[in-house]
Write a protein that binds this ligand. Structure first.
Ligand code: ATP
Ligand code: MG
Length: 254
């Protein structure tokens, strides 16, 4: 049985036509999939539909064989929103991170242990009692990720998780996600991050899947990428070694 099975999904926001059209997507347990596409392609809309926030106009979404019911809580699924302000709402960081774990009905000591672990994993130690609106942009983003981690869901949907992160936080995020056993669907314009994390990449444009395959094949296809307003990432573009020092050694041109 597939972890996530989407068939012929069409969705639209109120007052608009369809923003996703007849979309089919299957994700296996533990699989890591990158989702790329231009602004407005429908990546976040797809995440809202999978999370049951945006009801389908047509088609089906099944998680672990069960239909995703709009508005219902799905313990096997966690969405990290593109905009942290859409996700964070509790008075303090600790309470916000704990929300998902409490919703699972876990005993309080288990909630506390998971919260402490997620806060540490996301490098938020020392900010536990900080009101969420007084966190920096990058800290808010990491708080959202901690709030999803705490649920230990079978599938995590991460919408632009590396945006607003500094280099060290981005690196920490990549290390954290690369160790996770859960399935990840990651929407991002950070194609180098997707290359590191995701063996498979799905390209969408105007609400339709344009490519679905091995990350290096999809992201490395110049014609395909250009046709959808994308650029082949630097690491897949042939370049001379002087301009890109891969091993950290200091060299001078011959
Ligand atoms: N809350 C909303 N209400 C109405 N329309 C929306 C809403 N969110 C997105 N849309 C519209 O749906 C379409 C798809 O947007 P979506 O946010 O899914 O794109 P995206 O691929 O996530 O883009 P980006 O890379 O900019 O995040 C766009 O035309 C957008 O204007
Ligand atoms: Mg988006």
């Amino acid at each position: 049985m597939s972890l996530l099975q989407i068939k012929q999904l069409s969705v639209g926001w109120a007052g608009q036509g369809a923003v996703l059209r007849e979309l089919d997507l299957t994700i296996a347990d533990g699989e890591r999939v990158g989702l790329v596409g231009p602004n407005g392609a429908g990546k976040s809309s797809l995440f809202h539909a999978i999370a049951g926030i945006l009801p389908p106009m047509a088609g089906t979404i099944r998680l672990l064989g069960q239909p995703v019911r709009p508005g219902a809580f799905h313990p096997d699924l966690a969405l990290v929103f593109q905009h942290a302000e859409d996700q964070l709402f509790c008075p303090t960081l600790t309470e916000d991170v704990a929300f998902g774990a409490r919703n699972l009905g876990l005993p309080e000591p288990e909630v506390q242990a998971r919260v402490a672990q997620a806060i540490r994993a996301c490098g938020l130690d020392g900010l536990e009692e900080r009101p969420v609106h007084r966190l920096s942009g990058g800290e808010k983003r990491r708080a959202c990720i901690a709030g999803a981690l705490v649920m230990r869901p079978a599938l995590m949907l991460l919408d632009e998780p590396s945006s607003a992160l500094d280099l060290r936080s981005r690196r920490r995020l990549i290390a954290l996600l690369s160790q996770m056993e859960q399935a990840l669907l990651i929407a991002s314009h950070d194609l180098e991050m997707l290359l590191e994390l995701c063996p498979r990449v799905v390209l969408i444009d105007q609400g339709r899947i344009c490519a679905d395959g091995p990350a290096r094949e999809v992201l490395g296809n110049h014609e395909l990428m250009a046709a959808h307003g994308q650029e082949v990432p630097h690491s897949l573009t042939p370049h001379d070694w002087v301009s890109h020092d891969h091993d950290g050694a200091v060299r001078t041109a011959p």
